[in-house]
Design a protein around this ligand. Structure first.
Ligand SMILES: [Zn+2]
Length: 327
């Protein structure tokens, strides 16, 4: 930056001399115009008195003197003009700096402290441009070497809609009871009764044919727990409360409990549906188990697979299928 300051000082000196030269040039040009306007004064040569012949001689002498004076002034103008031009050529131009729009006017600031402002601005602009260029290169490199957390996130998988969490809707108690009664009437070979009710929470007992019983814990109409047990299993504890936490002793019922919880998750994510629909879908899905021990697998056609009946039911079309036969 010291070179810049020295160059600026030198330029200032040349500029000062050029201004002085310009003032001198204006003075000499003014002399020329004054001469053209006023001419030479007669009293500078002769008395101006005499006959016509003497007058003609005087005019001739005046013209000669005018031309002589005019030539002198023009030479002075030419000399001063050459001086100004010489000063201008000595000054170093600032063309090495790009022009940044209106901010280029900063370089014209005559205050010494602000002489470097424009140059600093240009350097900052160049650094910023370089940074932008490097960022673009880095982005293109990173795009060609993406780190994927899983294959599913790439391509069409990333666009798959994420299921919304189930929403709890606080409904009036009478509405919930009416809904449960309506659903109970719509089911065939399935009986439903409410074992306990406390506030919004209800424990529903569902007997599916002569296959199993299901304990469903409802909060309003939101399903919180499903437990499948055999017909001969005890569901009431000694203190007259419902046993919600003991799994069935039968492997078959344990597996159906797992499938039922999956069904609850699946049906709870249905969007824009009335609040009773997840429960309704679950009840119809559970109802499809009423012929569990007589149905054959729709895939392999057999009744048993590893000693178990076809335990799986699809969530959309609940047809019997072995766990091992699922697609
Ligand atoms: Zn099968």
């Amino acid at each position: 930056m010291s070179d810049v300051m020295a160059q600026a000082k030198l330029n200032m000196n040349f500029l000062s001399q050029a201004i002085t030269g310009t003032q001198q040039l204006r003075s000499t040009v003014t002399n020329v115009f004054n001469l053209l306007c006023e001419g030479v004064k007669p009293d500078e040569e002769e008395d101006g008195k005499g006959d016509d012949a003497e007058t003609a001689v005087t005019v001739g002498k005046d013209g000669k003197k005018f031309l002589q004076r005019f030539q002198e002034y023009l030479e002075a103008v030419n000399k001063d003009y050459n001086e100004v031009e010489k000063m201008c050529n000595n000054m170093t131009s600032m063309t090495d700096l790009p022009v940044l729009g209106p901010s280029g006017a900063l370089s014209l600031d005559s205050i010494a402290d602000k002489n470097s402002t424009y140059r600093d601005a240009v350097l900052t602009y160049q650094w910023n441009n370089r940074l932008h260029e490097y960022a673009q290169i880095a982005t293109s490199l990173m795009l060609t070497n993406q780190i994927k957390r899983s294959q599913l996130q790439a391509g069409a998988g990333a666009k798959r809609r994420r299921a919304a969490p189930p929403k709890f809707t606080n409904l009036p108690s009478q509405t919930v009871d009416n809904t449960l009664q309506t659903l109970s009437r719509q089911l065939s070979d399935t009986t439903m009764k409410i074992l306990q009710a406390s506030g919004d929470t209800r424990i529903v007992h569902l007997a599916v044919g002569r296959v199993f019983v299901v304990i469903i814990v409802l909060r309003s109409l939101t399903i919180e727990k499903v437990l499948v047990k055999g017909l001969d299993e005890n569901i009431i504890l000694e203190n007259n409360t419902v046993d919600l936490f003991s799994d069935s002793q039968y492997l078959c019922m344990q597996k159906i409990t797992d499938h039922a919880m999956s069904a609850v998750l699946q049906y709870s994510t249905y969007q824009a549906s009335p609040p009773e629909f997840p429960l309704k879908y679950l009840l119809y899905w559970l109802q499809s188990y009423k012929s569990l021990f007589t149905d054959a697998c729709t895939v392999c056609g057999k009744h048993l697979d590893n000693g178990l009946p076809p335990l799986w039911r699809d969530f959309k079309i609940p047809v019997p299928c072995h766990d091992s036969c699922r697609a």
